[in-house]
Design a binder for this molecule. Sequence first.
Ligand code: PLP
Length: 368
Amino acid sequence: MVYLDNAATTPLRKEVIEEISKVLVENYGNPSSTHSIGRKAKTQLETSRKTIAKLLNCNAQEIIFTSGATEGINWLINSIVKKKNIQRIITTKIEHHATLDTIKQLKDTEIIYLEINTNGEIDYNQLENLLEENIPTLVSLMHVNNEIGTVLNLKKVCDLCQKDHIWFYSDMVQSIGKTEINIQETPLDFFVATAHKFHGPKGVGFLYVKKNLVLDPVFYGGEQEKGWRAGTEALHQIAGIAKALDVSYEKLIEERIYISSIKEYCKQQLEINFPNIKFNGKNEFYNILNVQLPLEKSKSSMIVFLFDQLGIALSRGSACQSGSSKPSHVLAAFLSKEEVEKPSVRLSFSHYNTKEEIDLFIEVLKKI
Ligand code: PLP
């Protein structure tokens, strides 16, 4: 199989598997136990937190471990709306469903979806005007879009929100570990990340909560994670996420150059072999390419299956929605109805992909 679905999840790095195995065998203590075996586990827990904080240039106390991004998003939005008496949420229709569905279930909170242009970008002037209205607001905008690779100008949104004392949360699932993040330069209030998008294990992520901000506990029953998330910590997973992030940042420059070259090669080969090919959105981020295929509309619902049968794993959009035959909600936010119905696929690359794999993908597309 050729795996071109790295925005859905990524294979684990060898170093991460070794780290997880080591912790499972050698560091089995409960971090809350006060004997030496417990203290050794606690040290591992806090070292992992510090490693992550150092890589993002934030404070270790600002990192709260979770089971992944969906938990962090649900927890953060529900808690902050209640605690800060949020009356309005400003977001977009191209957010991940973890954000969209969490926001939709809120009662008595106005939701404003920013306009999205044909590149898949927000209208910053519209955001600025809305923020000046002086209503208790949470801005919820993702950093890198998981279907079309649009990149939010984090600095600009941070500046706009700070000017008007507005809370800013970002889903940074597709950017953490894949691009440099310096929280001192982009001082967000909250963001989420998840390990399995940067070659770490599934079922672990973290929520960043800026110093001095307090959330309601998501679970009760213990003092773990500042007493906000009770339950014995999944130490091997936590060591795994720290290792995955560390290695990702260590190799970021060389891997980004390599992955960008794979994406460029894929784009070129598509253009050479299929002169009528179209790309959806700006496809700005270096590992994501959303392609409108030169095939008839009737192939849309079967497209992932057709590729799979011929050895190519890819997707039409978010993995969480891939069981659905509905077109992508992200493409629907900025393309015409006719274009949305055409067969489009999201290709997402990692450093494990090769040009030979791209050639195979092109051959399979020709066959289809
Ligand atoms: N947000 C984005 C942009 C994603 O791509 C995903 C991945 O599926 C999620 C949130 C959910 O992450 P998790 O699988 O850790 O719950």
